[in-house]
Design a protein around this ligand. Sequence first.
Ligand code: S3P
Length: 436
Amino acid sequence: MSKQVIFKTEPNGILTGSIRVTGDKSMSHRSIMLGSLAEGTTEVTGFLNGEDCLATIKAFRNMGVTINGPENGNVSIQGVGLNGLKAPADAIDMGNSGTAMRLLTGVMAGQSFDSVLIGDASLSIRPMRRITKPLTQMGATIETNEAGTPPLSIKGNSHLKGIHYDLPMASAQVKSAILLAGLYAKGETSVTEPAVTRDHTERMLRGFGYEVITEGNRMSLQGGGKLTATNIDVPADISSAAFFMVGASIAEGSDLTLEHVGVNPTRTGVIDILRLMGADITLSNEKEVGGEPVADIRIRSAKLKGIHIPEELVPLAIDEFPSIFVAACFAEGTTVLTGAEELRVKESDRIQVMADGLLACGADVTPTPDGIIIQNSQLSSGEIDSHGDHRIAMSFAMAGLCAQGSIVINDCENVDTSFPDFIDIASKAGVKVSIV
Ligand code: S3P
């Protein structure tokens, strides 16, 4: 790692005013992928200028797609059509991004040329058999290393055929990889999911004029169609907004508005969970933009209480648990999370890494195989290791609002993957956090 970024917090911040956090990561990735595979020019606004999404842009540029930007969130993509990509000269580096790697594998499985996908140290130990297994059933040939982890070597000219696949875990990345491969497959490709997961792929495919049928928990499409360029307005990322929902809830005297946030019902579990804990969150200015609901979200500080988090909300808040754990420390009583073993295979093992960090700050927490138990705790000062996980780093920046002293957060460079101007926006909102 070339740079070492360390955050340090000071207590007693109050969050006020109005901010717009960076663009949605899931939609930004998908806008580049579908825009590249479409016929015509796609204009994107609100694009997330974070390292993960820039890696996706680079990947498609390396396959011959002309992409201008991002400049102030604007990206222009000259689509080459579903069969217009060219073989990249080298391995495609997806950096830290599981989403980019898994979705792109679905696309690459349908190409006429071979490709190799690689990632950073964190991505290189993440499980990929969850996508290689269904894609292999579709006719793809994909090699992983022995542990089922990257690099992924994908053979071209595989003549995919449609399958039906029952997802063994609630994963939008796996669902999306299969549906994207399905664009290239003969006949129908369908999946059923065990619980609702984010549906940006289905919505965006429809936005590009491709028919995707959703019947309950089953999604299907027919291969062999085409994508037609469209314009995409990417709203602010609810996963980035979540840090501020937690911060404003726990920091007494706060009254903060988050503007133009994506509130797709497959992503709003964090709002439901915080409300169940007693948070004061109101939505206004609700509208639909480009097939995705958006709203302004106002959060006023409130006295929180511990809850047993309903398991059906877990996939709808899967990226927000690090910050929800912070909220739980300041909630009266006990908070219990179960059914969340997926947290162990994110950018870090988010159950263990959060437990270690919170323990280092004096909290009373007990990790379990599929969740955590958190007691109401007074956080002291402390030093924690984010293990290069952006969401761990930003969650502890919010914990610092109500700790007794400073929290030093090590290994924060990957905040740039999803929220490059986090320190500026957090400071503007009233969080006392700086780079040491
Ligand atoms: C994402 C899906 C989720 C989420 C990730 C983004 C997506 O992963 O954690 O940050 O954009 O499809 P899983 O599908 O593995 O749960």
